[in-house]
Write a protein that binds this ligand. Structure first.
Ligand code: NAI
Length: 251
């Protein structure tokens, strides 16, 4: 894959799971990495792991549902490394397991504030910097729940919304050197899934059994796809939403 030497990559939710694996992968391919997370210890640990492996990274504390914090995250990234080439808008939460008729406003607003508004806010401040440079690539993290209805309503709604935001932003900037794509992970072994395994073990083992590849994915299997979508090898790819799910939504 293309070398990312001289490139700067931002990863939100970079303190754990898919985000941490993505930050580490960007660094392995030569990028300087801005690790953003709402939990400082988690983000700092990712920076530490990158430094230990000989890479260059900085931590920025950011709650992606806050416009002020997102604007200052992008400013800090550009102040630190001078540019922004790649952005993985990955931060997300699953929220409470509630059905449509039980869903509280608090759960709805919390999930959509981070998963949907957060992705929009990140693009709102990333795209102007990328347009200034005349080049950039963004990957938003949706979910297989962005393609099918299996999941809780605020989560499914937010992840379908991420695909819509991805397509509209991609069309807006397609002629100006900026690509915008989305990934739709299936079940990936992170803390989010470990928590679900505890709270709903039967549903989760059924999910593994009904995944065509017969297993859950690993964070690195997502990270590789996100980095590829940001690479020059994907130079003609924009506006897509790519399932990375062991074949789940192909059924
Ligand atoms: P995780 O829970 O392991 O890590 C998420 C990270 O995001 C944590 O470090 C957390 O502190 C951070 N975060 C949470 N709220 C934040 C906020 N408001 N601002 C900034 N950072 C925040 O999650 P995981 O599993 O790595 O998921 C990453 C993304 O992938 C999420 O968008 C999730 O919805 C999506 N996804 C995950 C799947 C899975 O099976 N793990 C399946 C489909 C989608």
């Amino acid at each position: 894959m293309t070398n990312f030497d001289g490139k700067v990559a931002l990863v939100t939710g970079g303190g754990a799971g898919i985000g941490r694996a993505t930050a580490l992968a960007f660094s392995r391919y030569g990028a300087k990495v801005v690790v953003a997370d709402v939990v400082p210890e988690a983000g700092e640990e990712t920076v530490h792991l990158i430094a230990e492996a000989g890479g260059d990274a900085v931590f920025v504390k950011c709650d992606v549902s806050s416009e002020e914090e997102v604007e200052s995250m992008i400013n800090k990234a550009v102040e630190t490394y001078g540019r922004l080439d790649c952005a993985a808008n990955n931060a997300g939460i699953s929220g409470e397991r509630q059905r449509t008729i039980d869903c509280t406003i608090e759960n709805w607003e919390m999930v959509n504030g981070i998963n949907l508004k957060g992705v929009w806010l990140c693009m709102k401040y990333e795209i102007p910097q990328m347009l200034k440079q005349g080049i950039g690539a963004i990957v938003n993290t949706s979910s297989m729940c962005g393609l099918v209805g299996a999941g809780t309503p605020p989560y499914v709604g937010s992840k379908h919304g991420v695909i819509g935001l991805t397509k509209s932003a991609a069309l807006e900037v397609a002629g100006e050197g900026v690509r915008v794509n989305a990934v739709c992970p299936g079940v990936i072994r992170t803390a989010m899934v470990d928590a679900a395994l505890k709270s709903a073990p039967d549903a989760m083992s059924q999910l593994a059994a009904t995944t065509p590849m017969g297993r859950f994915g690993e964070p690195e299997e997502l990270a590789n796809v996100i980095v590829w979508l940001c690479s020059d090898e994907a130079s003609y790819v924009t506006g897509v939403y790519l399932p990375v799910d062991g074949g789940y939504v192909a059924q």
